[in-house]
Design a protein around this ligand. Structure first.
Ligand SMILES: NC(=O)c1ccc[n+]([C@@H]2O[C@H](COP(=O)([O-])OP(=O)(O)OC[C@H]3O[C@@H](n4cnc5c(N)ncnc54)[C@H](O)[C@@H]3O)[C@@H](O)[C@H]2O)c1
Ligand SMILES: [Zn+2]
Ligand SMILES: [Zn+2]
Length: 387
């Protein structure tokens, strides 16, 4: 089959690789009908995540049709159309029973990314996301082996197109978890840092839950313009406004927003020093977006962090967070817990995730898709690939 494989920073290729086969009796093989490139894939593409090997197949947002099912698979059968969560979870361990699927203790053969582990079990395996997360072949391919098929795959109705349901695999539940973690409800005010796909899904979900004021901060004007049209956000372009948090304070009676969402992560721009130190690996992550979140949030408010972080940040200002009595919530998304409810919302038209798609390409052109998304060229918001 053909698959998108990693060969080093900015070097991904669509190559001929062996077809996947069933390994465990609760595996399925799916024929991929649609797959997307995630901002998390960009961290890999830029060579910022360790533990990738030559030839690893990337991709964790995908869906398709069940081609083969192991003897222990009861939840789906050959011919079913399914969307697959990016998190691989057993459904039976301590954390899975608490609906904390991305903390599943049994699926990851890697060691996770935490530095000070003290023997803790790693979090769940992820598709196509380095050997720290199990080295599981990803879904930017013609076929994928899906482990734990009784827990993850969600059957989707024929009435909904691939584009309508594809983002249930990751960014839609991620945006939803971000706003739930932020405590958004009717009348809330929120500042969303980052107008990439995760920020856009957060804006969509914040609107769905009745947020009143949604500030959105980015340096890419075309993404802010789209979000203003689609979700009525108040745009702040960080290229024009030096300190977005300060502007937000002046517009919220000097108090700040109820919650901030960091949909940027460890490659946040805005501090040249931190960007250089992060590139030299003297700093784990850039704290530029997190500091803005802390500064923009009102006392006793919440900072919700779907953006991915790694290692240490020297300029974290934990004292400011304490002084303001902030709550922090973060982490990989417990996708399985949120997908059924979100599928209903997509089905009844409450949310239309597909409107963010800007590029539709063939899997064969996936390398070009990565380059376009990475450089934010051609007003790229989200790339969907079809094998
Ligand atoms: N928690 C999860 O389970 C989960 C799931 C999916 C993605 N993610 C993470 O979410 C983050 C965003 O993903 P995406 O797909 O939207 O990626 P993306 O790279 O397309 O979007 C990031 C956006 O942030 C903007 N940006 C950069 N620095 C900024 C700053 N200081 N302030 C405000 N905006 C800034 C960029 O211009 C870009 O538009 C990534 O870190 C990704 O790994 C996490
Ligand atoms: Zn992702
Ligand atoms: Zn588990």
């Amino acid at each position: 089959m053909k698959a998108l494989t990693y060969h080093g920073a900015k070097d991904v290729r669509v190559e001929q690789v062996p077809d996947p086969v069933l390994v465990q009796d609760d595996d399925i093989i799916i024929r991929v009908t649609a797959t997307a490139i995630c901002g998390s894939d960009l961290h890999l593409y830029r060579g910022k995540m360790p533990a990738l090997k030559h030839g690893d197949i990337l991709g964790h947002e995908f869906m398709g049709v069940v081609e083969e099912a192991g003897s222990g698979v009861k939840a789906v059968k050959k011919g079913d159309r399914v969307v697959i969560p990016f998190v691989i979870a057993c459904g039976q361990c301590f954390h899975c029973l608490l609906d904390e699927y991305s903390a599943c203790e049994t699926t990851n053969t890697g060691k996770g990314a935490a530095l000070n582990q003290k023997g803790i079990k790693p979090p769940a395996a992820l598709f196509g996301y380095t050997h720290l997360y199990g080295g599981v072949p990803g879904g930017q391919a013609e076929y994928v082996r899906v482990p734990k098929a009784n827990v993850g795959p969600l059957k989707v109705p024929d009435a909904l197109s691939d584009e309508q349901v594809l983002f249930l695999s990751d960014i839609l539940p991620t945006g939803y978890q971000a706003v739930i973690n932020a405590g958004i409800s009717k009348g809330s005010s929120v500042a969303i840092f980052g107008a990439g796909p995760v920020g856009l899904m957060s804006a969509a979900c914040a609107r769905m839950l009745g947020a009143e004021q949604i500030y959105m901060i980015d340096e890419l004007q075309y993404r802010l313009d789209f979000a203003r049209g689609a979700y009525g956000i108040i745009p702040i372009n960080m290229k024009e406004v030096d300190d977005p948090a300060e502007l937000i304070m002046t517009q919220t009676n000097g108090r700040g927003v109820d919650a901030s969402i960091d949909a940027v992560g460890f490659e946040a721009k805005g501090s040249t020093t931190e960007t250089v130190l992060t590139n030299l690996k003297l700093e784990g992550s850039s704290g530029a977006a997190l500091r803005q979140c802390i500064a923009a949030t009102r006392r006793c408010g919440t900072v919700s962090v779907p953006g991915v972080y790694a290692g240490f940040i020297h300029g974290f200002l934990f004292g400011d967070a304490f002084d303001k009595g902030l709550t922090f919530k973060m982490g990989q998304t417990h996708a399985q817990a949120l997908m059924p409810e979100l599928l209903e919302h997509v089905g009844n038209g409450l949310i239309q995730p597909e409107i963010i798609i800007s590029h539709r390409m063939s899997l064969a052109d996936a390398a070009e898709g990565y380059a376009t998304f990475d450089k934010a060229e051609d007003d790229c918001r989200k790339v969907v690939l079809t094998p």
